[in-house]
Design a protein. Structure first.
Length: 319
């Protein structure tokens, strides 16, 4: 059960950038001009996870890097408005990172372009200093947008529980040297396959064995709307995903799944049980445009109030 008195805290280190999203109005015609609309808002794996956790009343601190430009200022201001404590390095030599996606009218991703060279300039020293003072029972999440050298420095510092996200097929292998230091990995089948150097993302037995050999203690491996695999103690279990029929946009759903799972873990749940929180968070994000919407805070507040009422009225163990 959730502990209403608990005040969990997490440090999130990684991507905070500008998300540009285009959505096609009708049928997709490849190689041609398609009518549609473009929108933009702050996003990035670490920021998206931090935003959902903040809406779920978790104290969050975000560390990352942005440019000395209006986009960087916008990202910082937006994160602060969402209730996140922001510590972003500013770099005058690179523009704030951006992620541009084009979606079908169904909300499914067609193609995306990541302009993220600035993350290679991230200085891990301030983050390591922060983590050295972090409480042993706290949590830290890093994402694979950071270079391997930064990931290694961060994962070798402090005694907090560590989580990591693979982010993309191209960046997943960056986490290989630090998996033995990570308490829980969040990935999907394609990214896990890339991490393991296999082209068959459906060979879950091989992927599970590989991740275990690489030192992965626990992992959540999503598969779009299909079953979610959980790796614990070298064993894989598969859990049915909750169907969502009114999908508006898939952007940020994986980040929300990570946030919800972390919420459960931070409140003392096991990894498999934490999936319920992750699935609810992902479902909420799937029903709005983009990875965040103002209504999410109210939605999560109502959800948490209900859960706390249930925990107060739950019968004691053994009664």
């Amino acid at each position: 059960m959730l502990d209403p008195a608990a005040s969990p805290e997490i440090v999130l280190i990684g991507a905070a950038h500008l998300d540009r999203r285009g959505k096609i109005d009708g049928n997709t015609v490849l190689g041609a001009s398609n009518p549609g609309q473009f929108s933009e808002m702050p996003g990035g794996a670490a920021l998206n996870v931090a935003s959902v956790l903040a809406a779920m009343e978790v104290r969050t601190r975000l560390l990352g890097i942005v440019g000395e430009d209006t986009s960087g200022t916008s990202v910082a201001q937006c994160a602060t408005a969402r209730g996140i404590e922001v510590h972003l390095q500013r770099n005058a030599d690179h523009a704030t990172a951006s992620y541009t996606s084009v979606l079908a009218s169904s909300g499914d991703l067609i193609i995306a372009l990541a302009d993220m060279a600035i993350y290679e300039q991230f200085d891990p020293s301030p983050a390591c200093n922060e983590l050295s003072k972090h409480q042993p029972g706290g949590w830290v999440l890093t994402d694979a947008n950071l270079p391997t050298s930064a990931l290694e420095a961060i994962c070798a510092t402090g005694k907090a529980h560590r989580a990591a996200m693979t982010v993309s097929v191209a960046k997943a292998p960056r986490l290989m040297p630090v998996l033995h230091r990570v308490n829980v990995l969040f990935t999907n089948r394609a990214e896990a396959a890339a991490l393991c150097g296999t082209s068959d993302e459906n060979d879950m037995d091989r992927i599970g064995q590989c991740l275990t050999q690489l030192g992965t203690a626990r992992a959540v491996i999503s598969n779009g709307p299909r079953d979610i695999a959980v790796l614990e103690d070298g064993k894989l279990t598969f859990h049915a995903n909750q169907p969502v029929t009114d999908i508006v946009d898939v952007t940020g759903a994986g980040d929300a799944l990570t946030a919800g799972c972390l919420y459960g873990l931070m409140h003392g749940h096991g990894l498999a049980d934490s999936l319920a929180h992750g699935q609810r968070a992902a479902s909420a994000v799937l029903q709005v445009e983009g990875p965040w919407h103002e209504t999410l805070s109210a939605k999560f507040a109502a959800q948490l109030a209900y859960e706390r009422t249930q925990s107060r009225h739950a019968p004691a163990m053994g009664s």
